[in-house]
Design a protein around this ligand. Sequence first.
Ligand code: IMP
Length: 186
Amino acid sequence: MSLYKPETVICNGETFKVYLSEKQIQDRVVEIAKQLNRDYADKKPIFIGVLNGAFVFLSDLLRNVTIPSEVDFLKLSSYGDEKVSSGQVTDLKDIDANIEERHILLVEDIVDTGLSMKYMVNKLQRKNPASIATVTLLHKPEATHHDVPLDYVGFEIPSLFVLGYGLDYAQEGRNLAQIYILDGEQ
Ligand code: IMP
């Protein structure tokens, strides 16, 4: 299989360079999956992926999960087409599964300010699950000012705009197999 992983990429007129390689990402995804296999061995968790960004991470994660589990999705919009958060969260799609008394793993691509994750945890909590844990591939600790528990974190990164592996810039770049930052930064 030949994945799309150029050294640099131009997206919406701006040049991005590799920040996390395919191997770094895949190795970490396997580690998180192994941890989940242990922690949720008898819990039959429901993975809830946050669209659109988390679909790539969730699909790789899930294929390394060996315990019984289910999957559902919800969709939020908070960034519009900009590189900074609008500070507002809009519901675009709710989950279909009944999560009452179930163990939930909420899967995000990235936690920036923490607003979206906090909003979703509160929203899902009202549906009376047995537990909710959060899983995010990337976390920008310096940017996070909403108080939200992060249980499984792939990589902590600086407060820089990143692209690829599901993450977009004005809807482009999700198909990149690696994670990129603006050229000239870091
Ligand atoms: P938060 O609510 O500020 O934590 O932002 C979370 C959402 O913003 C993520 O699910 C992403 O969709 C988007 N986002 C945050 N940082 C980036 C980035 O660096 N690149 C692309 N999308 C991002």
